[in-house]
Design a binder for this molecule. Structure first.
Ligand code: AMP
Ligand code: ZN
Ligand code: FE
Ligand code: FE
Length: 287
């Protein structure tokens, strides 16, 4: 069983459309795939249709979700995977909209800083890299910098200009992780914290914070992820066992935007079963 519970498309900062993602996941032989674009449900419809009409007649199961941007009181960025929630629960969708609007103003402020430093790039050029009303993110700016010849790749753009410690970096509004957990669960879904100890990308969450989120109703921890070292994985696994949380593994696939390959890490079927059972309705999409 191949179960990959965290992927991105052109509904946020991935490079494959939801339809292409479904195609690739089926070709790869994935059994359960979660679509988790940042702060949106924008790709759900296209992915659902693509699965239902897929010529292969594949019986892959599709888990609709979102990776919710959050931040702690001290400004630490935290990503919360919300899966299997009801998209008609407006308080959650309104929170997505608030974050998405602030991502736009934040982008123009980052661009202003780059312009001040003599780097020629415009908001229009960034928008040209985005499909429809996809959640705007630094990867779109990275792509615009590539298109303009300032850098050779997304990765180089992040290394030189866009990383969190850069002088051009600006934060955007996002909910606290406690609020995100509460809204995801009120919407009947499950909350899994994404890559909590990703020290490789400078995103480590403090252990007090993690304990606080466990008390706030966290359902699972993404343990197996390329940004975790072996040691970080065993530490998280220990924590998950101690608190009886579901353990997930996933690719965090972004198309050609990152090296991550579909199903490079996967979730154990028993853990998936437990996680799915925690949602308040059976929402897995099948053909
Ligand atoms: P933002 O949501 O605008 O703060 O941008 C963060 C997103 O950028 C992350 O969710 C990743 O998808 C992406 N990202 C971060 N570092 C890199 C990198 N080195 N190369 C490509 N994408 C990256
Ligand atoms: Zn992303
Ligand atoms: Fe993330
Ligand atoms: Fe992600």
């Amino acid at each position: 069983m191949l179960i990959d519970l965290h992927t991105h498309t052109t509904a946020s900062d991935g490079t494959d459309s939801p339809r292409v993602l479904i195609d690739k996941a089926i070709s790869r032989g994935i059994d359960v795939l979660a679509l988790t674009d940042h702060d949106t449900v924008g790709g759900w419809e296209e992915a659902t249709t693509a699965l239902k009409k897929h010529p292969s007649g594949s019986n892959m199961e599709l888990v609709l979700g979102s990776e919710v941007s959050c931040q702690d009181e001290d400004g630490t960025s935290i990503h919360m995977l919300g899966l299997l929630f009801d998209p008609n629960y407006t308080p959650l969708i309104e929170e997505f909209e608030k974050t998405r609007e602030h991502r736009v103003t934040r982008m123009s402020r980052i661009i202003a800083r780059l312009n001040e430093a003599g780097i020629d790039i415009t908001m229009e050029e960034v928008y040209a890299q985005r499909r429809g009303d996809a959640t705007l993110g630094r990867p779109h700016l990275a792509d615009a910098l590539v298109a303009k010849g300032h850098v050779a790749s997304r990765d180089e753009a992040f290394n030189i200009f866009l990383h969190n410690g850069s002088k051009y970096y600006i934060n955007h509004y996002s909910p606290s992780p406690e609020l995100a957990i509460r809204l995801i669960k009120e919407a009947g879904g499950v909350a899994v914290i994404a890559h909590p100890l990703a020290s490789r990308s400078g995103r480590t969450i403090k252990s007090e914070t993690l304990l606080k989120l466990i008390n706030a109703g966290l359902d699972g921890i993404e343990v197996d992820h390329r940004d975790h070292s072996e040691q970080e994985r065993s530490e998280l696994l220990r924590l998950a066992i101690e608190h009886d949380l579901v353990v997930t593994g996933s690719s965090d696939y972004h198309g050609t935007g990152k090296l991550n390959q579909l199903a490079e890490f996967t979730t154990n079927p028993h853990h998936w079963e437990r996680l799915e059972a925690k949602a308040n309705a059976r929402r897995v999409v099948k053909r």
